[in-house]
Design a protein around this ligand. Structure first.
Ligand SMILES: Cc1cc2nc3c(=O)[nH]c(=O)nc-3n(C[C@H](O)[C@H](O)[C@H](O)COP(=O)(O)O)c2cc1C
Length: 171
């Protein structure tokens, strides 16, 4: 099997997953690149495309979404890191909208998401948002994100990478 790994990663979290896939996936890796450096010919030659992105505004990073929209008739494995939750229910909240960037000619063969640590300044931004929150509901939403800050530190960690390797073992 020939495969490509195409990802976006603003702070390096999702890149760790991409490199773990490159290290352990079966078959021949044709490219492991950020979405802005993708070689379309190699996508054409790939039986499987691993697509990765961080979560931004409730879905995958925009550039990753745009790349997914270019895929036709491919097997796709989608992997993501998320900042504001640490359970499968939350991961699905980010994965599900990201999946919609793939058209129906493609086959999604699997997904994986895990926690990613926050970038510098992000906590401060959310604290500012909390101060400005106009309603109790807005406050609750921001508080639930902030509650995950400590938990996010250090992720993706070795355990996250091992789980990913396990998830792609049979591909
Ligand atoms: C501007 C901004 C928006 C974000 N939006 C979300 C979001 O909607 N949901 C979420 O879970 N994490 C969100 N995050 C956290 C990132 O998804 C998380 O840190 C991720 O691991 C970053 O991956 P990357 O470094 O590979 O891009 C956001 C981070 C930033 C800076």
């Amino acid at each position: 099997m020939k495969y490509s790994i195409v990802y976006t990663s603003k702070s390096g979290n999702t890149e760790k997953l991409a490199l773990a896939i490159k290290e352990s996936a079966n078959g021949e890796c044709l490219q492991c690149v950020k979405a802005d450096a993708v070689d379309a010919n190699k996508i054409g030659e790939s039986d499987l495309v691993f697509v990765g992105a961080g979560s931004y505004k409730g879905t995958c990073d925009e550039a990753a979404g745009k790349f997914m929209q270019t895929l036709k008739n491919k097997k796709v494995f989608l992997f993501m890191t998320v900042g504001y939750g640490n359970n499968q229910e939350y991961y699905d909240k980010m994965l599900n909208p990201a999946k919609t960037f793939l058209d129906s000619s493609n086959t999604l063969v699997g997904t994986y998401a895990c926690q990613g640590q926050w970038i510098d300044g992000q906590k401060k931004n959310l604290e500012n948002m909390l101060e400005k929150a106009a309603t109790d509901n807005e406050k609750k939403v921001v508080q639930s994100k902030l509650a995950n800050y400590d938990n996010a530190m250090g992720h993706p960690n070795a355990d996250d990478l091992n789980k990913l390797k396990e998830a792609i073992k049979t591909l």
